[in-house]
Design a protein around this ligand. Structure first.
Ligand SMILES: [Zn+2]
Length: 324
């Protein structure tokens, strides 16, 4: 069973859709075509990785495109055999004069809702605040997410450059509001930043999940702490290798998480950029990472436990999980 807690909408755009949208919007085709522009072919760093993801940004500046891309992302997840997906995006990146942050989120929620009906998959949307964004934008994203709690938005997240913008305290009041509104809380932390950034995210923001969290594995005390707190790490194996956060799948921090008994949920981060969807991530962790099929089964269970879904959907997913 496949439970996907970490995918960015911006990294799911089908090359064929990109070509169509680009033509309609008058966006020039990148040299070598869209598939080539999106796909990361060798290990680099987070900056190079994000440059590939950003190729899709000019295509996402209107509501209909956002709806369609969100629909297709969830449809592709269903085709991959995923039972549940949380799709996240940074709405401020796509907002325009005539398209508010809230309208961006509404368009994505519409596409996800349509795909849920069409495929039967369970899904939710997470709104990401980006660390470089000014305070008023950060606040607008959180308030738009809160307004749409129960209408498709299931959680909030922070993403972006952890090294340049390490401070987390600025988000704390917004995380408090989001929690009160019933939203789930996660944050990208300890991916480029130190292990302690994971602990800060939990203590300052009250997150129950940490996105990537690779560097948590470098500190045995932090591993114990994360385990004791029951925090779930959202692991995106191939993405971590391509950004340099992990040297290889064999030496991936997920191995340390498993050994330390830390909860792990899988994600495929940006599947059109990495070329790897969740089903393949799970297969690769076994064939190349040295993990066991039982570990994958536990990841699915941890994913269900940590999902930002209703108790009804959690019960439904657990029933499906217990049938194997
Ligand atoms: Zn991510």
């Amino acid at each position: 069973m496949l439970i996907n807690l970490h995918t960015h909408l911006e990294g799911t755009v089908r090359p064929g859709t990109a070509a169509e949208l680009a033509e309609r919007m008058g966006v020039a085709t990148p040299e070598g075509g869209w598939e080539n522009a999106f796909r990361i072919k060798e290990k680099g760093d987070l900056t190079i990785f994000l440059a590939h993801v950003a190729m899709a940004y000019p295509l996402l500046g209107n509501a209909e495109n956002l709806r369609r891309v969100a629909f297709e992302a969830v449809e592709d997840a269903a085709k991959d055999g995923q039972s549940y997906i949380e799709l996240r995006l940074g709405p401020a990146t796509h907002a325009r004069k005539d398209l508010s942050i809230r309208q961006v989120l509404e368009a994505v929620c519409r596409g996800v809702e349509e795909a849920k009906v069409h495929t039967g998959i369970r899904a939710g949307v997470i709104a990401c605040m980006l660390r470089h964004e000014p305070d008023e934008i950060i606040a607008e994203i959180a308030h738009a997410a809160i307004a749409l709690a129960g209408s498709g938005i299931v959680g909030i997240d922070i993403a972006g450059d952890e090294i340049l913008y390490p401070a987390l305290a600025r988000y704390a009041p917004l995380y408090d509001l989001a929690r009160a509104a019933g939203l789930g809380l996660t944050a990208h932390a300890a991916e480029a930043g130190p292990a302690s950034a994971g602990r800060e995210a939990v203590e300052l923001l009250g997150v129950t999940r940490i996105g990537h969290g690779s560097n948590v594995a470098s500190d045995p005390e932090m591993l114990k702490w994360v385990r004791a707190r029951g925090v779930t790490i959202e692991v995106c194996p191939t993405s971590n290798v391509l950004t340099g956060a992990a040297p290889s799948l064999r030496e991936h921090p997920v191995v340390d998480f498993v050994r330390a008994g830390v909860k792990v949920a899988l994600g495929d981060d940006d599947p059109e950029n990495t070329g790897v969807r969740l089903s393949q991530e799970a297969r690769l962790l076994v064939s190349e990472g040295g993990l066991l099929a039982e570990d994958m089964r536990k990841f699915a269970h941890d994913g269900i436990s940590a999902a930002f879904c209703s108790q009804e959907i959690r019960a439904e997913l657990l029933a499906k999980w217990s049938k194997g």
